[in-house]
Design a protein around this ligand. Structure first.
Ligand SMILES: NC(=O)c1ccc[n+]([C@@H]2O[C@H](COP(=O)([O-])OP(=O)(O)OC[C@H]3O[C@@H](n4cnc5c(N)ncnc54)[C@H](O)[C@@H]3O)[C@@H](O)[C@H]2O)c1
Length: 442
């Protein structure tokens, strides 16, 4: 056993500041309210339903995760946040039409009380959207100060002991890392100069760190994935995590690809296409926003399959990802995958997947777990990039120079081992008593 790490207790209220009262944001809020009233079950949430094995298999110690680590109670969670539309969370949830009306109506009063604060927004970064609930300011720097005031006001008014901020807003247009992102002085100078290398999401991230608020990036934007923010977060012991919630097609990819790799089946090509009709689909119809998403979705296979190490099997596969905006589907996306594989003596085979999923139903438990684990991380004084939460992201952030781990099962082992480490329990590698073929490669 290792020594248990000191973790401050989850006393008092946890404020959850949501950027974006859209499909994911409102499904997270309404879902949490329904669960805490016993009107719905938190399916898909590790913090609410997961267990963790401790010690040897013969010991029979398998507590619920929420009984093992000191997580905030859902009853102590208070929501707030920002959107470019002034709709309350109730109106926004109805418009997003992820949840049925009876579910939204069951928590109507609570949702109606949630009015979004005016957002930091610019159409330069999300071309398909425009809304009236937007702050005015002379520069990104000025707007950042206004966000800091919002955060501090929210903390005071809601008597919050701790806060977490989660980006559930639209995908911004593609931005590459530049000199403006290398250190905090350069970033702040760029904010003061209104530099286009600073997107709105980075202004929220700056305000979060300024107020020592953990920041989660649910979209594929650059946002906190730059040295300036990563180094600052590590130095100030503020947890950050990203990017892009792992749901839908990419979730399936990171479940299936490790299996193909484990059995050393070759891959010729993986063609993925989606139809999606919600506002996210409309935003992603813009080539700039789509490029940000595409980069995030494409990175997955190469890291799992390691073409450098297995050139005969994975040296030259074609990977194509398409998203088509198709309004009749709303949030109920359909994702098709055609996978061309080959086996013994190079005989070809095909796998077809048709996943009729509900994007935000898959994303909400991910968002809830991230909020609760990021609050835990801060109370355990774990600052900087929280790699152990890679399990939840399509493009997991990692310390500079490392490659991200995409294999869902390795990610889960890493997450649970981090919890064991925090609580002073032995880490479980499964080696010795159990054997998972793909473990020895990494
Ligand atoms: N639904 C999923 O399963 C899923 C999975 C992975 C990632 N994501 C990402 O999560 C984000 C949200 O997805 P969604 O389906 O809820 O989209 P959505 O379009 O329903 O909601 C986004 C909301 O963000 C608001 N917004 C945009 N820019 C803003 C800003 N600067 N400040 C405040 N509010 C702003 C919009 O007005 C909108 O209400 C998207 O970036 C999406 O790519 C979603």
């Amino acid at each position: 056993m290792t020594e248990k790490r000191h973790i401050a207790p989850a006393r008092g209220r946890l404020g959850v500041l949501v950027v974006g009262y859209g499909a994911v944001g409102t499904t997270l809020m309404a879902g949490t309210m329904l669960v805490r009233r016993g009107l719905g079950r938190p399916i898909g949430s590790l913090t609410q339903m997961g267990t963790i094995r401790l010690g040897k298999r013969t010991e029979g110690r398998v507590p619920a995760i929420k009984d093992f680590v000191p997580l905030a109670d859902l009853g102590d969670v208070v929501f707030g946040g920002w959107d470019i539309f002034p709709d309350s969370a109730y109106e926004a949830a109805l418009k997003a039409s992820v949840l049925r009306r009876e579910h939204v109506d069951a928590v109507r009063e609570e949702l109606e009380a949630l009015r979004p604060m005016p957002a930091v927004f610019s159409r330069e970064y999300v071309r398909r959207l425009d809304g009236p609930n937007v702050k005015k300011g002379a520069s990104w720097w000025d707007l950042g100060q206004q966000l800091v005031e919002d955060i501090e006001r929210f903390r005071r008014d809601n008597h919050c002991d701790r806060l977490v901020l989660i980006w559930c807003a639209s995908t911004e247009t593609f931005l590459a890392e530049g000199p403006q992102h290398q250190d905090l002085a350069a970033l702040e100078a760029a904010m003061k100069a209104n530099d286009p290398a600073v997107p709105p999401s980075m202004v929220y991230a700056w305000a979060a760190l300024k107020t020592r608020t953990p920041f989660i990036n649910g979209a594929p934007n650059l946002t906190v994935d730059v040295p300036a923010v990563m180094d600052w977060a590590a130095a100030e012991k503020v947890p950050i995590a990203g990017k892009d919630f792992k749901t839908g097609q990419t979730l399936m990819k990171t479940i299936l690809a490790p299996g193909l790799k484990a059995r050393l089946l070759g891959l010729l090509g993986w063609y993925s296409t989606n139809i999606l009709g919600n506002r996210d689909g409309e935003v992603l119809d813009d080539p700039g926003s789509f490029k940000t998403k595409e980069e995030s979705k494409l990175s997955v296979l190469a890291t799992i399959l390691q073409p450098d190490r297995y050139p005969d099997l994975y040296g030259s596969f074609h990977h194509v990802v398409r998203i088509n905006y198709y309004p009749p589907r709303g949030d109920n996306k359909e994702g098709w995958d055609n996978i061309d594989i080959f086996g013994w003596l190079d005989y070809p085979m095909q796998i077809k997947i048709d996943f009729l999923c509900r994007d935000s139903i898959l994303a909400a438990p991910v968002a809830l777990d991230l909020v609760l684990f990021m609050d835990l991380a801060q109370r355990a004084r774990m600052g900087g990039v929280q790699e152990w939460l890679s399990f939840y992201f399509k493009s997991p952030m990692v310390a500079r120079g490392l490659y991200p781990e995409h294999d869902l099962f390795i990610q889960l082992t890493k997450l649970k081992n981090t919890l064991r480490y925090l609580m002073g329990e032995d880490l479980i590698t499964h080696l010795g008593t159990e054997y998972y073929g793909y473990f020895d490669e990494k």
